[in-house]
Design a binder for this molecule. Structure first.
Ligand SMILES: *Cc1c(COP(=O)(O)O)cnc(C)c1O
Length: 428
């Protein structure tokens, strides 16, 4: 058995950590095997506790867009650490990264740093509610905005009904303020606005979804949401925790030319350290404490190590925008290669792809929302996942996840991956 050491570590972990992990997907439950424990990583590769080298297509679920242990980021963190790791007082580097982020992202004047994407989205919604004096929000089935109560609402049978909690511990009281719509269904959103007139404070959406595979907004969908929000006095929140600084310097707002009212960030913005952020124009941000009445705080927010990592990462992306093109080319190359081998072996599939995000669905029809993503063939995905892992390729352990390419991947790595998929597809 090639994963002896990982399995031993998992047994020990389960004794003292619930399920042996600090975040559920890491447990590999959906693919029915013990998780792989990582020892270290460099560039495009993970090195696991059993001494195997894996080509990494997850990049820590997004942050490591330039590959692991990227030198400018590591150097910045090491240098900072020697000067003290937390003060609970303002530091100059916070303004430095804030200025850079504001210059890269369209339509924002001010940004507040927090410690995770969850915190960013939770705070953005509070700010939107405080700003509009309205309590209800609309979210889309299959979009993930972190694990705070308002967002853990699953798809009900009808988008027009109240959401029902999908985690014990989320109260009905909270759930009733989260209205659900289907991704790419503008009519459904219109109906929600009509049924709840003057009650909806915000729409929150992954403007390109990355948490049910990679799902693109249909032509006119985001534009329609923008118009509905403006017409109804609601704020449009783009959750760019995944897409921000990954698909373009200015994220989906820049890519699609649509201006949100509040934007949330995470993942890439922290360069691999725990960072989230939310941003908006001054008029909205001024509602936030201590300037305004909407309370939001954090002992470790703006932490110097986290800011150093984030600043080094954003500086690289800002000074080398060709990285986005390089990533897009690599992803397109992989897309073409995977399509060809899956076609050759007559494996039913749909591939969604944009920039450095790609998802392979074992589904016959277009994947445009949560329902069509869920229609993919799970047993086939499991075989695919295990076959690739055996061959040293690591993709997300779930059929509903996107892959996130990093720029340390070489074309040789991509060819190795396509060859492995060719072998695995021959026995799917
Ligand atoms: C990862 C993610 C989050 C949550 O971020 P955490 O740092 O895991 O709390 C929120 N929104 C989106 C779109 C994400 O991909």
């Amino acid at each position: 058995m090639i994963y002896k050491r990982s399995s031993e570590l998992f047994v020990e972990a389960q004794k003292v950590i619930p399920g042996g992990v600090n975040s559920p997907v890491r447990a590999f439950k959906s693919v029915g095997r013990d998780p792989v424990f990582v020892k270290e990583a460099k560039g495009a590769y993970l090195y696991d506790e059993d001494g195997r080298k894996l080509i990494d297509y997850i990049a820590s679920w997004g942050p490591m867009i330039l590959g692991h242990a990227h030198k400018p980021v590591v150097d910045a963190v090491v240098e900072k650490a020697q000067k003290g790791t937390s003060f609970g007082m303002p530091t100059a580097i916070e303004t430095e990264i804030a200025k850079l982020a504001v210059s890269m992202v369209p339509g924002i004047d001010k940004i507040r740093f927090v410690n995770s994407g969850t915190e960013a989205c939770m705070s953005a919604v509070r700010l939107a509610r405080g700003y509009t004096s309205r309590e209800k929000i609309i979210k889309f089935a299959g979009c993930y905005h972190g694990h705070s109560d308002s967002f853990l609402i699953q798809a009900g049978s009808g988008a027009v009904t109240f959401g029902s909690p999908n985690s014990p511990g989320v109260t009905q009281g909270t759930a009733k303020d989260t209205l659900l719509a289907d991704y790419n269904d503008l009519e459904g959103v219109k109906a929600l606005f009509e049924a709840n007139s003057n009650e909806i404070g915000a729409i929150i959406i992954e403007p390109i979804a990355g948490n049910m595979g990679c799902i693109l907004p249909k032509q006119g969908f985001l534009e329609g949401l923008r118009e509905l929000c403006t017409a109804n006095g609601a704020l449009l929140i783009f959750d760019e925790v995944m897409t921000g600084f990954r698909l373009a310097k200015g994220g989906v707002q820049e890519l699609k030319g649509i201006q949100a009212d509040i934007v949330t960030f995470g993942k890439v913005i922290g360069g691999g350290l725990p960072v989230g952020a939310f941003a908006a124009r001054s008029e909205i941000m001024s509602h936030l404490a201590p300037e305004g009445p909407v309370y939001q705080a954090g002992t470790l927010s703006g932490n110097p190590l986290a800011m150093a990592a984030g600043l080094a990462m954003l500086t690289e992306l800002n000074e080398h925008p060709e990285i986005f093109e390089s990533l897009e080319n690599k992803t397109a190359y992989l897309h073409k290669g995977i399509s060809e081998v899956l076609d050759k072996h007559k494996v039913t599939h749909t591939i969604n792809c944009i920039g450095s995000m790609i998802s392979v669905h074992f589904a016959p029809d277009a994947v445009v929302d949560f329902k069509s993503a869920a229609a993919g063939d799970n047993p086939t995905f499991k075989k695919f996942f295990h076959g690739l892992l055996e061959r040293g390729i690591y993709i997300a352990p779930s059929a509903y996840e996107s892959w996130f390419l990093n720029d340390a991947l070489s074309y040789e790595d991509l060819d190795t991956t396509i060859k492995a998929i060719d072998e695995v597809a021959s026995v799917l």
